[in-house]
Design a protein around this ligand. Structure first.
Ligand code: NI
Ligand code: MN
Length: 231
């Protein structure tokens, strides 16, 4: 991992801390996340919050974390504007296929297959489409967080362009791909390490890492730790 630490915080929430000290939190779902490790203390400084899409289980704590940890929020253009309207002071809006430089981390927004509205007291809002992120860390590994998605064959393009060494993919089923589809995704992406996301949080999310492992060859390491444990 070349000094990069990845900590799964339950559901799709992941903390990335690089060797050079850039801290990135992806899809903050904390207060209402049944799998969030309640004793876990976030770093005082979180440089960037990355949002894959506007669903509540991915953006719920964005405003609070950004205010408390001095974070700039990076999201697809419409979602960045939406959280800006909710009180986030610093945002970077981008779009599919684009790359922004976040310190020594090049963050590329890639495709996902999923719906993506945001809902609040005023109703349902269009906040762009769902996305994933590839994080190419200078002097570090290449990470891919798929967000919420079905499997799609253009994951081959993600491998061809970026060669992710760590793939964070949903496996719970119902709202995203399950283990069978995730195994095909892994065969396209060819990572060394898989971090399963978006399973076990709520009763419908039935897929398990064990089901995924049974479908993969043994050369791929699948993280089976608990939320709050680092890879
Ligand atoms: Ni979603
Ligand atoms: Mn979700």
């Amino acid at each position: 991992m070349k000094g990069t630490r990845i900590t799964w915080l339950g559901h799709a929430t992941v903390l990335v801390e690089t060797a050079k000290g850039t801290n990135i939190l992806i899809d903050p779902f904390i207060a209402q996340n049944p799998k969030y490790p309640k004793t876990f203390v976030l770093p005082a400084k979180i440089d960037y919050i990355l949002l894959t899409h506007g669903h509540g289980d991915h953006i719920a704590d964005t405003v609070d974390v950004a205010a408390g940890h001095g974070s700039t929020v990076v999201a697809i253009y419409e979602l960045a504007a939406y959280v800006g309207g909710k009180g986030v002071a610093n945002t970077i809006g981008m779009n599919l296929g684009g790359t922004v430089q976040l310190g020594e981390v090049a963050a590329t927004m890639v495709e996902a297959k999923h719906s993506a509205a945001a809902q609040d007291d005023q109703g349902t809002h269009y906040v762009g489409v769902a996305a994933g992120f590839v994080l190419t860390i200078g002097d570090g590994p290449v990470l891919y967080h798929a967000g919420d998605t079905a499997v799609f064959s253009d994951m081959n393009l993600i491998r061809e362009l970026y060669h992710p060494e760590v793939a964070m993919v949903p496996i719970g089923g119902h709202y995203t791909m399950g283990p069978r589809e995730a195994a095909l995704a892994v065969s396209y992406l060819k990572p060394e390490v898989v971090l399963p996301l978006h399973f076990g949080t709520f009763p419908p999310l039935k897929g398990t890492p064990q089901e995924l492992i049974a479908l993969l060859d043994s050369s791929v390491f699948v993280f089976q730790g608990n939320p709050g444990e680092a890879i």
